[in-house]
Design a protein around this ligand. Structure first.
Ligand SMILES: [Zn+2]
Length: 265
């Protein structure tokens, strides 16, 4: 990606690594988000690649939400609806798709879909969890799953399209990647080797948030062996950009391949 020397609204240049004012809109139509943002402007979100954006969150990279073309990928917890809707203001949205139906990915899905009038899509085998809302029934029987469900899940909602391997979503191709959930899917764009990997791998330590590659915690993963198969399948694509459900984007393909080589089958 070409890094544009955009300037923030105050005139100060953005620091390296800082979220930049980068949108597909002309710069004159954008502005740094401040309370009382000017009407008619588009909230800045971080451009990761062509037509691929990461929404801002706090702490940064902790619970990730992406915009792929005009499709919102994942929606954080039920507490993330406001920040998501605010950052989507002024942007076209055609649909909302999930990597998987867990509380920190579907939490704001119903609110976002209803507010923007867009359909909800998710992996076919995760449709029952989204529609009946009993997410813990599909997770390992650990009280952490019941607690996080109570605290973070959004309400159940009808799924408008069950995604299958090979479907096109926002310019990406759906890849089945079960294990962390039965119907987990990843999104892959061959042209620039960008991969939205969901929680097949974490890009940070699950507790400390320190960047680094980790398998998802077994307590949240009903079939760890199958998830490791999904890890190997996705790593074999040799992605140039990996966007995680949790953790900062990774552009170091060798690091991913090295991690997978050290991961037991
Ligand atoms: Zn997650």
């Amino acid at each position: 990606m070409r890094t544009q020397p955009h300037r923030r609204a105050g005139g100060a240049p953005a620091r390296p690594g800082q979220s930049l004012v980068q949108t597909s809109q002309p710069l004159s139509r954008t502005s740094v988000h401040v309370r009382g943002r000017r009407a008619g402007t588009v909230a800045p979100i971080r451009a990761l690649a062509d037509s691929l954006f990461q929404l801002r969150g706090f702490p940064p990279n902790a619970v990730n939400v992406y915009l792929a073309g005009d499709v919102l990928i994942d929606s954080g917890t039920r507490y993330d609806a406001r920040r998501i809707l605010r950052q989507l203001e002024g942007r076209p949205l055609a649909a909302h798709a999930l990597t998987h139906v867990h509380p920190d990915h579907q939490g704001s899905s119903a609110r976002v879909c209803d507010a923007r009038g867009v359909p909800l899509w998710c992996g076919a085998a995760d449709v029952p969890a989204m529609e009946d809302g009993d997410i813990p029934a599909r997770q390992p029987p650990h009280r952490l799953n019941r607690i996080s469900h109570r605290l973070a899940s959004g309400p159940p909602r009808a799924v408008d399209r069950a995604l299958c391997e090979g479907d096109e979503v926002g310019g990406f191709r759906v890849l089945d990647s079960p294990g962390h959930s039965l119907g987990h899917v990843a999104y892959w764009r061959e042209s620039d080797r960008a991969l939205l990997i969901g929680d097949v791998l974490f890009g940070c330590h699950p507790l400390t948030g320190i960047p680094g590659l980790h398998l998802p915690p077994a307590v949240f993963t009903p079939d760890p062996a199958r998830n490791r198969e999904s890890v190997r399948r996705l790593a074999a694509l040799e992605p140039a950009l990996v966007c995680f459900g949790h953790g900062p984007p990774l552009r170091d393909t060798a690091k991913l391949l090295d991690f997978v080589a050290r991961t037991p089958a």
